[in-house]
Write a protein that binds this ligand. Structure first.
Ligand code: SF4
Length: 338
């Protein structure tokens, strides 16, 4: 058994934009994800971080095959997920589950909590008897901190945090190995977010889960993740273990994201440099050539506009896609370690 549970290779997803009602003509393409390769290690929590529109949710959906890639491959325990269909895909889907961002819209308001959590059993033809299904659902409710006696209640009778617990219970129903959590706390009140994060961490330890945790907020990811992958405009720009990334960011974009994390969350009392990114995020229909970050990067030089930087190892062990990565002094001005 290898350390790698999932391997993503040159994954690309473009969405065509069309016009015309009858003869739909492609007028542009949204470059949601472009040539991303990474591995998800067994038992880890891998954070996938970036601004809205960077392609992280599209990545998440491709990983669990809710979306087909334009090109590239995903292999799960050595099996090609992108080529799977029929019974093989159904079997793979049992092992990979997703928790969605919005606990308000991801639950059917006309179904009871019990039947929502039991849905995966019905889809996969498991636990045929009503009694067995109910017992298992109530165990799951208990496991995620819900009162099992609320089995027959409806989503509107639950708070946002409780609804997200229902989403977690539904994801756990089939005893998956991999959970892809797409911004699972961003729709929740700050006071509730920590409870859901603690729940996920506890479940991961207890069940030996592997989690891909999507977020736009680096302060959330720090306490959740073993490694963090940073995306910008469809590209993977930095990948490092959590401590390395937070202490010594190498990519200027990671540096800018970290400089925006509140000081208390960065565990520092020392003055630090705030890096404000100039300009808006370019359109994913027409991303800048070569390094996509060059239109906003304070370190950009001519080569950045003509030659795409490959993702390569930098000092300290991070992988970063940058011709002029942040030096130690630049990194520590953003995230002082004192
Ligand atoms: Fe900035 Fe150039 Fe590095 Fe891109 S390659 S992040 S533009 S320094």
């Amino acid at each position: 058994m290898t350390d790698t549970l999932m391997s993503v290779s040159h994954l690309t997803k473009h969405f065509p934009l069309t016009e015309g009602v009858v003869f739909q003509r492609e007028v542009a393409r949204v470059h949601a994800v472009d040539d991303v390769s990474l591995e998800v290690r067994r038992g880890e929590t891998l954070g996938l971080v970036g601004e809205t529109g960077c392609g992280k949710s599209t990545m998440a959906r491709m990983m669990v095959r809710l979306l087909d890639p334009t090109s590239g491959t995903i292999s799960y325990e050595g099996e090609d997920v992108t080529a799977a269909s029929g019974a093989r895909l159904k079997r793979l889907r049992r092992e990979m589950q997703m928790i969605f961002q919005d606990p308000y819209s991801s639950l059917n308001p006309r179904k009871t909590i019990g039947s929502i959590i039991a849905e995966p059993f019905a889809i996969h033809g498991l636990l045929g008897s009503d009694g067995a299904r109910r017992r298992r659902v109530q165990e799951l409710m208990e496991q995620v901190g819900l009162n099992p006696e609320h089995y027959n209640r409806y989503p509107h009778e639950f708070s946002g945090g409780q609804r997200q617990r229902v989403g977690v219970a539904r994801a756990l129903a089939l005893a998956p190995k991999l959970i892809v959590a797409d911004e699972p706390v961003s729709a929740l009140d700050v006071s509730i977010q920590a409870q859901i994060l603690n729940l996920l961490r506890g479940l991961q330890r207890e069940l030996g889960l592997t989690i891909v945790f999507i977020a736009h907020d680096l302060s959330v990811v720090r306490h959740m993740c073993d490694r963090v992958a940073v995306m910008y405009l469809g590209n993977l720009v930095e990948l490092a273990d959590s401590d390395t990334l937070y202490r010594h960011p190498r990519h200027p974009y990671t540096g800018a994201l970290l400089s925006a994390v509140p000081v208390a969350a960065a565990r520092s009392t020392v003055r630090r440099e705030r890096q404000v990114l100039e300009g808006d995020l370019p359109s994913p229909t027409d991303p800048p050539p070569a390094c996509r970050f060059h239109t906003r990067c304070p370190k950009a030089q001519e080569i950045c506009r003509v030659q795409a930087p490959p993702l390569t190892p930098k000092d300290g062990g991070a992988l970063a896609a940058c011709h002029f990565p942040l030096a130690d002094e630049e990194a520590s001005a953003i995230v002082p370690t004192a």
